[in-house]
Write a new protein. Structure first.
Lengths: 391, 391
């Protein structure tokens, strides 16, 4: 039977990454494709202990309905941490726990955009965000991403050309997919441009704590004296992705509407794991745990970059991330991306073609995304060699 | 600062129930207001054991990203259970795990309705569903609910009057808020009417397993030879509400779009608790566990009904549910609902005014919802006496 699917959902395709992820059941394929954190980064033992304790002492709270805003003690932890570590959170701000950063992105769009409105994004950008915007009937307009962040002139031109632009979506730190970090000068420029033009910035920072090289750069939200930035992050890359616990810090007028929107999406986020996050922050040393993850990714990223240098230096162009999970590779002129990705898969290595990350779904790409987070060191070396063979 | 909130979200208010729930921090107030299951219904000890085992043996799977459709073994459990116990699931159907039944309802609307479309609902109906429809810019049109289900003539008239009606949302078994169960004749009539008029039925059945009196009645989905019914249920009322694990069984063409819509809302449902549900179903006796819950509610409901008979028989009219969590009370003529609810709260008993459940937010009501699920036996008796004093 044919069903009348809503206009906003009709053209939306499943995420290419999720689809690739599903096809990775073949254990002989080296996956550089996933966006998953390294499983070694999960503090399993500590979580098991906390879990047993919650079941012994607070089971009713953990298993009963909770409030939409989130588990109160965890919200306090998040507020304190954002303040102390990132200078984030002013009197006009509030915090809500969401079911992974993905929900935060989707709610921000739902609350601020009508169908037919526009969200400006870095191009390339995170496919989950692009599709969240599209699922709200919103247009995505890409602005080129350069080595030090979004192209400022192109951003101003895009704002002029798109009077229905409501939101500017950015991943300023260790961008997905490009692994690029926006410099402070551009962050300040972007903030001023948004302020001048009445745009709300949605700053997505899921990888911000994963810096393993270079200097910290202030978040855009830390500049936010004017209440124009929605900050979104999560525990997915530092504790567990599967538990789906993220958070938003934004002006209260926006947060209150996000609470209403979240209430009708899932009532609230899994209470047990909210309590578990709170207990981990209280009883363990989250910063020390994160240091361990940084060391892990530093080593793996260095290995991937040095192998890329050896095997593909001068042929494939690639970014040199200072944190996060991803390296963005650009093929030499004349190599067709789609053919290349197929040859790579035949050579037992999976990558994500850049077309998946384009704001314009019909636009071509000559780039692809790879990750060092989940493959083993051996797989990193083997996989890069396979990428060379596929050229 | 004033923010430009989207049209669909601007007028949406937080759920009155959630707001009342938040105000219930006063421990001297007897709450008949919540929609929470009895905490005694959570199989805490078994869940603690399973949880320890998952952390020991399957931690990586439980804490890593999963697939949007849901944990495969749990989906198989759900399919088998729906088939064996409810005659639900044909070759054209598929199943998706959702973050509580609430998400299933919201996704069904998002996938099938454009802004300006209409969803027909029983009046009164579940506020979480009404607000989910409204958050998609969809109109809710109520059709009167009678003692044996929706008024069939009024339904046919509403379909004629609303050519943009796409969905018919029903809670045929132990309805929320009214506690009413639709008889089989009306279920079959509703199915035929929907089929004739090209309407999709969204059958919400969160309480279906909680029958403690009377005879089982087949679900509408069990009649579905034509692929026109979306069936939504969850583990919230039989295992834990706070974990947020629900499911949908619907024609594959609809499920596939729901998968895409879910992907951009929260990527997937908490993996750990999906695994926990699967393990509970595999290693324990879910039916026996449910029998215990039924006995619990049977006792509490009987006490509430007999106290209502004694204290308010002949003054307040009330439904006699055969399962579920709720009793629906109607005030005598001339008593103002809003004043009454305030007096009840002053007398330390909280109820939910019927206005919260109206499809038309401006419509009046002379009824209110009470629950026997969470108050103690002593509180049930005291609370009903307080309701009498408030008249």
């Amino acid at each position: 039977m044919e069903y009348n699917i809503s206009d906003k959902m009709r053209s939306l395709k499943p995420s290419a990454i999720r689809e690739i992820f599903k096809s990775l059941s073949d254990p002989t394929i080296i996956s550089f494709a996933a966006g998953n954190p390294a499983p070694e980064s999960f503090p399993t033992e500590a979580m098991a202990k906390i879990s047993a304790d919650i079941f012994s002492n607070e089971a009713t709270t953990a298993l009963q309905y909770g409030i939409t805003e989130g588990y109160p003690a965890l919200r306090e932890d998040i507020k304190a941490r954002l303040k102390n570590k990132f200078g984030i959170g002013r009197d006009f701000d509030n915090t809500i726990v969401v079911t992974g950063g993905q929900q935060g992105i989707e709610l921000a769009c739902k609350v601020l955009c009508n169908e037919g409105d526009t969200v400006l994004v870095e191009n390339p950008s995170f496919i989950g965000a692009l599709n969240a915007f599209r699922s709200n009937g919103v247009n995505t307009v890409g602005v080129p991403l350069e080595d030090d962040g979004i192209n400022i002139e192109a951003l101003e031109a895009a704002i002029k050309a798109n009077p229905k632009a409501k939101l500017l979506y950015l991943i300023p730190t260790f961008q997905n997919p490009a692994g690029i970090t926006t410099c402070e000068t551009k962050r300040r420029a972007v903030y001023e441009i948004a302020k001048k033009n009445g745009l709300i910035i949605l700053e997505d920072n899921p990888y911000g704590e994963l810096r393993f090289a270079g200097e910290e750069i202030p978040t855009i939200k830390s500049f936010d004296e004017d209440g124009i930035v929605i900050y979104c992050s999560s525990f997915s890359k530092i504790l567990s992705a599967g538990m789906r616990v993220g958070y938003i810090c934004a002006p209260d007028g926006i947060v209150q509407k996000m609470v209403v929107a979240k209430q009708v999406e899932d009532v609230h986020t899994n209470v047990f794991f909210q309590m578990l996050c709170h207990r981990f922050i209280t009883d363990y040393d989250l910063d020390e745990h994160i240091e361990g993850i940084r060391a892990l990714y530093r080593k793996k990223c260095n290995l991937m970059l040095s192998t890329l240098d050896e095997e593909l230096g001068g042929t494939i162009k690639f970014t040199r991330p200072e944190g996060g999970l991803f390296v963005w590779c650009t093929l030499p002129k004349g190599v067709d991306l789609s053919d290349y990705v197929k040859r790579a898969l035949a050579n037992k290595v999976a990558v994500v073609p850049g077309t998946a990350f384009n704001a314009d779904t019909e636009a071509p790409s000559d780039s692809f995304r790879i990750t060092y987070a989940t493959p083993s060191e051996e797989q990193i070396v083997e996989g890069i060699k396979a990428l060379k063979r596929s050229l």
